[in-house]
Ligand binder design. Sequence first.
Ligand code: AMP
Ligand code: MG
Length: 353
Amino acid sequence: MSIETRVVKVDKENPDPALLQTAADLLACGELVAFPTETVYGLGANALDSDAVSKIFVAKGRPLSDPLIVHIYSISQMDEIAVNMPPVAWDLAHAFWPGPLTIVLPKHRRIPANVSAGLETVAVRMPNHRVPHALFRLADLPVVAPSANLFSRPSPTTAQHVLDDLGGRIPMILDGGATEIGVESTVLDLTGDRPLILRPGGLPIEVLRPLIPTVSYTPRYAALDGTSAPSPGMLLKHYSPSVQVLLFHGAVDHVLPRIERTTRKLLEEGKAVGLMLSQEDEARFDPLGATVASLGSEDNLGQIAQNLFARMRELERSGVDVILTRTFDSHGLGLAIADRLIRATEGKVIEVR
Ligand code: AMP
Ligand code: MG
C-alpha cells in the first residue's frame, strides 16, 4: 500500500513554526516524519509510543534487532529516558550536545522495549539543527530517529534521497537542504566496564579523549546473519549502494596505479566503471572513460564525509556496474569515513602493498 508523501521546504536557519506544527501533530498522533539533522536525515517517531516506533521498522525494512537512537531537544528530557547516568555522561552531554554524539545508557522503563531491541540500555542524542530542535519542542516528545533510508542503503543527506527510498511509505519529509556533516553520529557506550565507541561518526574520538581518556574503539564488523554481532546494529552490509563497491586500501602512491590498472581492465571487459575519489585524483582518471565522482579535497575530510553518501547514490543512479574507491587519512572524521566505506563494500577491502 502506498501513501502520499508530502515534501515541505523549511528554512533551516529560521523554520516556520506553522509548517513544523503540522509535522509535530503527525508525530503526536503516532505518524512518521523525516527531517534534516546536522549528520544525516532522520526518520522520526514518538519514542514513547511503541506502535509509532514499530512503523519505523516497517517503513525502513529494518530488522527489529537493530536498536534506535532517542533524540531530544533539552537535557531535562533525560529524566524519562535514562537512569543512573554516570557523572561523565553529564559532562559529555554538556560539552558536546547539541552535536553528533550518541550516548548509550541504562534505559528508563518509560521507553518501550522495541526502541532498544529489547536491551536494558538506550541510546540518546541531541541534534544540532534548528529544524528538529523546534519540531521536538512543539511536539514536546523524545523522538526515535534512525537514518531516513531503506535498511542497508547509503544514508540520506538530502530530502531527495529520503524521497527516493521512502516515498509512498511515509506521510511527510521536511526539506531543510543538504546536511552538513554527512555521516551519522558517534555512538559511545557508557554501560560497560570501559567506555567504548560502538560506531565512529561525526564527533572524532580525538575530541572525546580529553574528557574521557579511557575511551577505546576496536573496529568489529558483524556478519549479515547477525550470528557474531558484537553489538546490535553493527551489521557489515550497511550504507551500501546496489552496485558492487571495491575499496582499495594502502599507501596512496600504490593505490592509485592499482585503481588505474583495475579500471582499464574492467573497461576492456565492457563494464561501466564508477570512480569515487578525491579532487586531487581526478586529473589522473578523467581521461580513462570511467565516470569520476569527486568527494572533495583529500586535505578536507569534512568535505569528503559530507559528500560520501551522495556520491555513492549518484554513481549508482548513473548506471555503473561497479564503483572503485579508496581509503583516506584515518584521523578525525577519517575513522567514520573508513567505516562507512568498509561497510559499503561488505568488507571486501583490497589491500595494496
Ligand atoms: P541509525 O539509527 O541507523 O543511525 O543506527 C543507530 C545505531 O545506534 C544502531 O545501529 C546501533 O549500532 C546503535 N545503538 C542504538 N541503540 C543502542 C543500544 N541501546 N546499544 C548499543 N547500540 C545502540
Ligand atoms: Mg542508519
